[in-house]
Ligand binder design. Sequence first.
Ligand code: PMP
Length: 426
Amino acid sequence: MTKLTSEALFERSKLVSPGGVHSPVRSFKGLGRPPVFFKKAHGSRLVSVEGKEYIDFCMSFGPLILGHRDPEVQEAVLEMIHTAWSFGACEMYSLELAEWITNEISFVEKLRFVSSGTEAVMSALRVARAATGRQKVLKFDGCYHGHVDSLLVKSGSGLAGEASSSSAGVSENVASETLVIPLDDDQALETVFAERGHEIAVVVIEPLPANYGLLIQRKDFLQKMVGLARKHGALVMFDEVISGFRVALGGMAELLSIKPDLVCYGKVIGGGFPVGCYGGKKEIMDLVAPLGPVYQAGTLSANPVGMRAGLRTLQKMKRLDGWKQLRCTGEIFSHELTKVFEKYKPTLSVSHFGSLFWIHNKRAQTIRRVDQIPEGQGEAFRSLFLACLEQGVYLAPNAYEVGFLSMAHSAADLEKTVDVVRRHFS
Ligand code: PMP
């Protein structure tokens, strides 16, 4: 029998899937080598088809806050699978998760489960338009909200300009529904609301932008955004697909003490299964069918296995005060990495927020916007990524993706990782 290798599997995959993958970043594009194929995972570890073990800092891009195959979550999942795995009808599993969330997060008065973050954002935008009777959506350059047509856009040429699409296949009409301004730019906010405020249905933001590096925003900027939206009759939507249940139980909304009108969750909410959710004020959510005129549906929405995995994940995190623990782990990890960079590679630096971290070329001030990311990010990341991979440390395979810590990362995992980085640069 021929031995399974990542390389051979990638060749086969390329014959049957575009680029050999089912989501672009998985392809290791620009990293100068084919991707690793994995066959299993446990705790903080991934195991490749070759049998090599890696400490995983990608964690499925965020959902696995307890680590891979957490025993409690696994128990809940297996129990569910032995009971049923899809109803397409009313059941109590989604009710329990919905009640848990609405009890814990005061501004989520009602919610609807879907199957991905993209779907959550897409549905919430529809609701926002219906609620306001307006068409335009204001977003920020560098924030990713899934592959919703109207949000696959970059900033147009002029400030507060209508956007042009950053993906082929998005019609100009759809792209022109979106206005894009830079993050961390008070003047741009004021201008866009002064000029277009009456047309804006909703302003959507990742309150902790983490899809183009980690672009930590000033609280007063976010407060200003909310104030202007309210003044001009636009809704505020927080895309907390990454930050929700990750930086705190109530996500960034809790840490900032801001109550958005609508919120989108994904990733952690499903404990590693395909779950998304949008929710908010009762009067807005009651616009959704069958109660209201906004149509939104899903064959596998509120899949019971995902519901059980999500609920058990959130319950365990709450019981252990996992968010506090992760903040502490994140602080230590980033402090240790910083010490290594300062000593051996002063051009590099690490930004972190709770359990999220991002290694980047150093800039004197905090990086808050896309145009502040220093040149050469791709190259700096590539060599570090390859060295880590070689030594059994798996970083998310893209220079602009953040890293995720989980409750399963031990002090020894983190020490080993810091040591790998130190040895690479010393
Ligand atoms: N919003 C944000 C902030 C995200 O980070 C992502 C995924 N990275 C999405 C939306 C889309 O979620 P999904 O990939 O589950 O469709």
